[in-house]
Ligand binder design. Sequence first.
Ligand code: FAQ
Length: 330
Amino acid sequence: MYSQGLIGADGSTEETDRFLEAFQARIDAEEKIEPMDPMPEGYRRTLIRQIGQHAHSEVVGMLPEGNWITRAPSLKRKLALLAKVQDEGGHGLYLYSAAETLGITREQMTDELHSGKAKYSSIFNYPTLSWADMGAVGWLVDGAAIMNQIALCRCSYGPYARAMVRVCAEESFHQRQGYEIMLTLCRGTEAQKKMAQDSLNRLWWPSLMMFGPHDGDSAHSEQSMKWKIKRFSNDALREKFIAATVPQAEFLGLTVPDPDLKWDDGLNGGKGGYAHGDIDWDEFWRVVKGDGVMNRERIAMRKAAWDNGAWVREAALAHAAKRCDTLAAE
Ligand code: FAQ
């Protein structure tokens, strides 16, 4: 069924070149590529890698907030947080399903996560230390996720683009509930405002890292943009996020922890937007390669959840098999 995916993997026959040109023409004409369409092997692999890692990020991303559900300060906060964490699990499911249309199974993707072969977003390897982190995660982490995912709604691969439309609607609610927690804390006592500032101090830089390495160091961006999987470069999305978020921090009365952050109106030959300090790329790569504060714990938790859920999967499959037998007998 997926043999069409092998076209283009074996060098440059004339036929292959013609196929690649025709495929690129479809992309350039903004046609959506669907699961049964012929596609270059590299396109299929890139999508499996990105969608799989995106799905893992949603699912691992449930852990830092799931951790706070029992400690939410009120019933209303608990309900909203519970709903948000469930939404993230749902996003993981849409995304695993989208990746499965490309010929990989959920089990294979899960193995890759557990073995460390597949990555997930660096942000989830930072701890959530206070209730204010629930505000900052919604505001900054969901905010950064939306900035990236709005563009993915126009991804050339149909199933991924369509999944993103619903995900973005839900992420917007998450971003607002996070910002509203921050607003409440910032209008509260001195201690609450301090807690909000501390959270911003810890999560600002890791949120900027979510967009990936600088464009010059991004191994996949050029080809992914040519294939319209990515519509904007990592740096372009990061700049948009900073421009949208700094005024929100100002409204809260919080200080963005970057002494080099300066508005540049572009009138004196500058590029316009916010000039900002350097990201600590050593820290980024350390965390991406598995040596962040929470990497080991996050993967251990995911493995335990997978192992403890084995009986549910077995029961569901047994039920499905029995149902098929019954239908076949009727
Ligand atoms: N963390 O060449 P590039 C969320 C890796 S969803 C870890 O630039 P690419 C919802 C990259 O994979 C957040 N690894 O790669 C939520 C590649 O490694 P590889 C997730 C990173 O793919 C909110 C290598 O570095 N969103 O938060 C990171 O063109 C709240 C070279 O990088 C998505 O996944 C990183 N930050 O661009 C849930 C969106 N950055 O694969 C719960 C979809 C880069 O060669 C609570 N993904 N790497 O081994 C994308 O848009 C892209 O994959 C990028 C990276 C932009 C993340």
